[in-house]
Design a binder for this molecule. Structure first.
Ligand SMILES: Nc1nc2c(ncn2[C@@H]2O[C@H](COP(=O)(O)OP(=O)(O)OP(=O)(O)O)[C@@H](O)[C@H]2O)c(=O)[nH]1
Ligand SMILES: [Mg+2]
Length: 271
């Protein structure tokens, strides 16, 4: 059927690791297996069993101690180290996985890693070249929809990641269970850029009108400003999200083809 991988990215604290764990639980409940991989050299506690772990290659504390770096510089160093050791480390880890395996990479929350750094592009190119179908799952939490300027900033970050990563891309609005009135998120699921930017312009003053309108054009051009809501307290929400991600990954498509082919090949019972 193939090999499949999700790269779970997004700003710090937006719920990436929680999503990974709930995805694993959901998959277990429906009889599917996913393997979660930790790519955050600073991570300490895990709710999910870690299938393999970047900290076996390098840990943030070691990088900070040895190179006298602060936490952000240390993290960037760790990720560059990962980029330089893809073949030695990732290549070797991937040898334990094969046909029909499904990996979920839980990534760190520093957004510069998805916009200016090349590490995740190299990382996903490595996997793609090794025959893995890849999809980026960009998490943004509902906190971003409480304020229009925050939302536009979040959407621009997600767009930058989409351009940088060059992968099939699914945007997820996480922590929807925290919204008392779920209707409040509706305008953000398929947001219309122009009215949003008009609202932004009302709060930014005349000097920014042209910039705001150019941002609207940019977002329309990439036509990617849509989100799938994730309410972890609602199993159906995870199920729907997974259907979209499977579709982006083309997961299970040849299974359907095989089933159709089997139907054709099977002699009709009546014959
Ligand atoms: N209510 C609720 N809380 C959540 C959800 N997702 C995450 N949280 C909480 O938000 C905090 C951060 O969640 P994480 O899953 O660690 O976020 P992260 O994106 O992995 O964070 P970093 O790896 O540090 O970037 C934790 O306290 C979680 O319990 C959610 O869907 N609903
Ligand atoms: Mg995390």
């Amino acid at each position: 059927m193939g090999r499949f991988a999700q790269l779970v990215v997004g700003p710090a604290g937006c719920g990436k690791s929680t999503y990974c764990d709930h995805l694993r639980q959901h998959c277990e409940a429906v009889g599917r297996t996913v393997h979660i991989v930790n790519l955050d050299p600073a991570a300490e506690d895990f709710a999910y069993p870690v299938s393999f772990d970047v900290r076996d290659l390098i840990s943030l504390q070691d990088a900070m101690d040895e190179l006298k770096l602060g936490p952000n510089g240390g993290l960037l160093y760790c990720m560059e180290y990962l980029e330089d050791n893809l073949d030695d480390w990732l290549g070797e880890e991937l040898e334990s996985y094969g046909e029909d395996d499904y990996l979920v990479f839980d990534c760190p929350g520093q957004i510069e890693l998805y916009s200016h750094s090349t590490v995740f592009r190299s990382f996903s190119n490595y996997l793609k070249n090794a025959g893995w179908s890849m999809c980026a799952v960009y998490c943004l939490d509902v906190n971003f929809v409480t304020d229009i300027s925050k939302f536009i900033a979040g959407v621009l970050q997600a767009t930058a990641a989409m351009v940088q990563l060059e992968l099939a891309h699914v945007n997820v609005l996480t922590k929807v269970d925290l919204m008392e009135d779920k209707k409040q998120i509706e305008p953000y699921i398929y947001p219309e850029t122009k009215p949003m930017v008009a609202e932004l312009s009302r709060s930014t003053g005349p000097a920014f009108q042209r910039l705001n309108s150019l941002m609207a054009d940019l977002l329309d051009e990439y036509s990617m400003v849509s989100f799938l809501p994730l309410d972890i307290s609602d199993e159906e929400s995870m199920q729907e999200l997974l259907i979209h991600i499977d579709h982006a990954l083309q997961y299970g498509e040849d299974l359907e083809v095989d089933t159709r082919k089997m139907d054709q090949d099977m002699p009709d019972n009546d014959d």
